[in-house]
Write a protein that binds this ligand. Structure first.
Ligand code: SF4
Ligand code: SF4
Length: 439
């Protein structure tokens, strides 16, 4: 007991030297437990585990980590470096021995490359690889070279003895922006690359030759949510196991539910109350952003719960339709979340329900109705099962709308179309009269 108290005092002193209060540290641990999908009541356990690794009996057994930067905007590193406060991030970074990171390491050049080589040799089977950015296979692998080596060769080499690979951000998962059509540099995600290499007989997982590729944890979004990344590291390094993963190797606790299902604007969706134009009255009233192309109904992520920027807000809450940045899919060749979801802020081009992708271009006009029916049916299903219980009551607004059709907001598409047609006919008539007058 005395040892534990001493440890707590020592840890508090360490926090103090970094300008972090105990309360702030516990808030951070609460955020990690929520990201892990655990009850916030378990935050003290996470705090204990961190203390144990930083100054307790596990001290000095830091897991070696190699952070590889491939074709990217460095947004994921930026995002991770901003987690909570830099001081708390520093504490967490003391859980790992970050032996190689092009953007975070103080070292550079030959000494940094040597650190990577030594880690691969001396900690074979023990090190974790975090990969940010897309791998470029184009021009025989010369589209991306690091330290005069082709990135494709580096990935093969570093993956052969990795304990696990964390793909941080959507680019590392399915190629991301770099892989968007026409993709001249041959951008791809890490998992599809390693699977293809294995099938072609160019890759062996040395740690366990009975499996094709190392364990992969895909943590999409653009950039990766720092709280997701820290939660995965806490899970792998402290709890000592891989998180539960779905068929896309994404942690189910973070990517198991549709954004739409937890969205605070969901009541408006069910009522058919949509924002059709930025700057409109509907936007001011916080209506649903589906008509502006929100991809929440087809994207799985816990953004409404974990949020961003120290849990202050997230895309839809800030008024921006979800662009589906977490929908990166490593299992389909040529699949890319950017191609699937662009143009952003427009009604869905391809509506993905489960494994089915509906493409209006091929299914022509009928799809709009089908998609709307499917989504609205889903919405009413949610209401019928009580999963939206406790949401806002919009009955009074709907009654007011019914009494004042000329002033009603969230006008139904059919009514809008009829109004537009009337206006167009009136304008045409006026033009004809003007032309007649001119003659
Ligand atoms: S469509 Fe988007 S804004 Fe509307 S309820 Fe769903 S997630 Fe929220
Ligand atoms: S709300 Fe959508 S676009 Fe925004 S971070 Fe989440 S998945 Fe990405």
């Amino acid at each position: 007991m005395a040892r534990i108290e001493t440890q707590a005092v020592e840890f508090d002193a360490l926090l103090k030297t970094r300008g972090v209060t105990r309360r702030r540290f516990l808030e951070f641990c609460g955020a990690v437990t929520v990201s892990l999908g655990l009850s916030e009541a378990l935050a003290p356990k996470v705090a204990e585990a961190i203390e144990e690794n930083v100054i307790g009996k596990a001290k000095g057994k830091l897991a070696p980590v190699l952070w590889l930067e491939l074709a990217s905007c460095t947004g994921c590193t930026e995002s991770f470096a901003q987690v909570e406060t830099p001081d708390v991030a520093t504490v967490v970074l003391e859980l790992i021995s970050l032996n190689y990171a092009e953007t975070l390491s103080a070292g550079a050049g030959y000494s940094l490359e040597l650190a990577k080589k030594q880690t691969m040799e001396e900690a074979a089977g023990e090190y974790i690889v975090i990969i940010e950015g897309a791998l470029m296979e184009g021009w025989e692998g010369n589209a991306l070279r690091i330290a005069n080596e082709k990135a494709v060769d580096i990935i093969r080499e570093v993956s052969a003895n990795a304990k696990a690979i964390v793909c941080a951000g959507s680019c590392a998962v399915d190629g991301g922006w770099q892989a968007a059509v026409p993709n001249p540099g041959g951008a791809t995600g890490i998992e599809p690359f390693l699977k293809r290499e294995k099938a072609a007989g160019r890759f062996t997982y040395e740690v366990d030759p009975t499996v094709d590729i190392p364990p992969i944890i895909n943590v999409p979004t653009c950039p990766s949510n720092p709280e997701h990344l820290v939660a995965v590291l806490v899970d792998v390094l402290l709890v000592g196991k891989l998180p539960e993963l779905d068929s896309h190797n994404k942690p189910t606790l973070m990517f198991g539910e549709y954004i739409h299902d937890n969205c605070p604007r969901r009541g408006h969706f069910e009522n058919g109350e949509f924002v059709r134009q930025f700057g409109s009255e509907e936007e001011r009233k916080g209506y649903c952003l589906y008509a502006l192309g929100c991809k929440g109904p087809q994207t799985k992520n816990n953004c409404p719960i974990v949020r961003w920027n120290r849990r202050v807000s997230w895309c839809v809450e800030a008024g921006a339709p979800c662009i589906g940045c977490a929908s990166a899919d490593p299992t389909k060749a040529g699949f890319n979340w950017v191609d699937l979801n662009t143009p952003f802020f427009n009604r869905v081009k391809n509506l993905k329900i489960g494994d089915i992708i509906l493409q209006p271009a091929t299914l022509a006009a009928g799809i709009g109705g089908i998609a709307a029916i499917a989504l609205i049916a889903h919405g009413f299903g949610m209401k019928a099962t009580g999963r939206t219980k406790g949401g806002a009551d919009f009955e009074s607004e709907r009654k007011w709308d019914a009494k004042h059709p000329d002033k009603a907001i969230a006008t139904a598409p059919a009514a809008q179309a009829a109004k537009s047609t009337q206006e167009a006919e009136a304008a045409e008539e006026a033009d004809e009269q003007t032309e007649g007058g001119d003659q």
